[in-house]
Ligand binder design. Structure first.
Ligand SMILES: C[C@](O)(CO)[C@H](O)COP(=O)(O)OP(=O)(O)OC[C@H]1O[C@@H](n2ccc(N)nc2=O)[C@H](O)[C@@H]1O
Ligand SMILES: Nc1ncnc2c1ncn2[C@@H]1O[C@H](COP(=O)(O)OP(=O)(O)OP(=O)(O)O)[C@@H](O)[C@H]1O
Length: 269
């Protein structure tokens, strides 16, 4: 069985307070985008994990696909050995939640392939153990998220009338480092006060708290956002803790401008 884990973008991101467990309470809107990895699982004699595409940094044991398998295996000993293959395309350390998507899609795939009969709520609870961004990928639909990112409410938001440009500058921003740069506080405009149906109003009202410290450390990332606006973006912002920048453009009107060497550019028309 093969699934295609997709990425997410954050539309607005406010860090509200640091918690006793070391995490931060935040508010954000998650929106799914069709830039995808491919994940295949087949029953095998022994457990094998293989990957192709982009190199994934770190120990294979820490791959969220493997962690997801171990998590379910502990509660469902009947799960057989599997061969998992991940073809990695979503840029890593980019604020696109690609690793989180892979982990959550592994849970979804194991649940359906081996008839574990887990509800969406149960799958979300498992996903929250894997990481703060993971639960979103269980339902994978636009939502307001709060808490660590695991408390979600559906949001009626359909951006298919627009084209998206995603530029990854090839910089890996460490999420823990980025949170450490923030002084938490109340947002000037809470996300519930945004007019979500009026994309043109977002430019002056919708903010991502990570942009100031990340742009200060990596000015090239701020430069990409500026260039998107100069080239006709209705809204442009860094996603999550960076380093990918997304631009929302009128349908089929993506700019033809060039980008710095080292940038990977994804067009979603
Ligand atoms: C920046 C976002 O991508 C926005 O969607 C997420 O908040 C990050 O989620 P994630 O990558 O799944 O993060 P996790 O793997 O859970 O945590 C990585 C590190 O980020 C910090 N972290 C993460 C989420 C959160 N709400 N508060 C935090 O302080 C912690 O230092 C943690 O050790
Ligand atoms: N399947 C996976 N794909 C990519 N990275 C993974 C995966 N499993 C674990 N990781 C680890 O997670 C880290 C970042 O993953 P990801 O691609 O999700 O970046 P991100 O979207 O910026 O998330 P984060 O905000 O956690 O950095 C990588 O450095 C890698 O070591």
């Amino acid at each position: 069985m093969i699934l295609f884990p997709n990425c997410k973008i954050n539309l607005g991101l406010h860090i509200l307070q640091k918690r006793a467990d070391g995490f931060h309470d935040l508010e954000t809107v998650f929106y799914p985008l069709l830039l995808q990895d491919a994940l295949e699982i087949i029953t095998a004699e022994e457990n094998i994990f293989s990957s192709s595409g982009l190199d994934i940094p770190g120990d294979t044991e820490d791959n969220l696909c493997k962690k997801a398998w171990h998590l379910l295996k502990a509660d469902f000993p009947q799960l057989p050995a599997i061969h998992m293959h991940l073809h990695k395309q979503i840029p890593i350390g980019a604020g696109l939640g690609g690793g989180s998507a892979d982990g959550a899609f592994t849970l979804r795939l194991l649940n359906s392939k081996y008839n574990l009969d887990l509800s969406l709520e149960k799958l979300e609870a498992y996903a929250a153990i894997l990481g703060s961004d993971c639960p979103f990928f269980i339902r994978n639909t636009a939502c307001f998220a709060s808490g660590r990112g695991e408390l979600m409410e559906p949001l009626d938001l359909d951006l298919t009338a627009y084209s998206f440009l995603l530029v990854h500058p090839g910089i890996h921003v460490n999420t823990g480092w980025a949170f450490g740069q923030i002084i938490p506080g109340r947002p000037a405009v809470p996300l519930k006060d945004i007019d979500w149906q009026d994309v043109s109003s977002w430019k002056h009202r919708l903010t991502n708290d990570f942009e100031a410290p990340v742009f200060a450390a990596y000015p090239a990332i701020g430069g990409i956002k500026e260039k998107m606006y100069k080239n006709g973006a209705i809204y442009a912002a860094m996603s999550g803790s960076g380093s990918a920048v997304i631009g929302i453009f009128p349908k089929n009107k993506l700019p033809e401008t060039g980008w710095e060497t080292g940038c990977r550019v994804f067009e979603m028309i």
